[in-house]
Design a protein around this ligand. Structure first.
Ligand code: SF4
Length: 119
């Protein structure tokens, strides 16, 4: 039987401590400690298909760097591929917040966008 997992819910600043138990097939059987339903969704996703938002920087055509992030979460196991692609691009200037630097990064269906304006 898979052992219980203790997680901290990161969906809101309250940071509830969640305890997840599993059934004999390793599937999530129950979640306790959540103050709202979003905690159950977070714990279930985290134990079955964890995802993360990636923040980083890309090189710009003038040699400076531009802050970027994924516009949504990507599967945790794809983060290495996402970072490889982010590190391989050079962003054309000027850029505004929200401009797409990479569409469908690493085949995730998620875009990488600028998080700062840059002349
Ligand atoms: S369970 Fe609900 S209240 Fe608790 S941290 Fe998660 S989102 Fe916030």
């Amino acid at each position: 039987m898979k052992e219980n997992r203790i997680l901290t819910c990161i969906v809101c600043p309250r940071g509830c401590t969640l305890e997840v138990s599993f059934d004999s097939e390793g599937k999530v059987a129950s979640v306790v400690g959540n103050a709202c339903k979003r905690g159950v969704t977070y714990a279930t996703d985290e134990c079955t298909h964890p995802r993360r938002t990636v923040t980083s920087t890309v090189r710009a055509t003038d040699g400076s760097v531009v802050a970027v992030k994924t516009l949504g979460t990507v599967p945790k196991e794809k983060i290495f591929e996402v970072m490889k692609e982010i590190n391989s691009v050079t962003a054309a200037l000027p850029l505004s917040i929200g401009d797409v630097i990479i569409a469908d990064v690493a085949g995730t269906g998620v875009s990488v966008v600028a998080t700062a304006n840059k002349e």
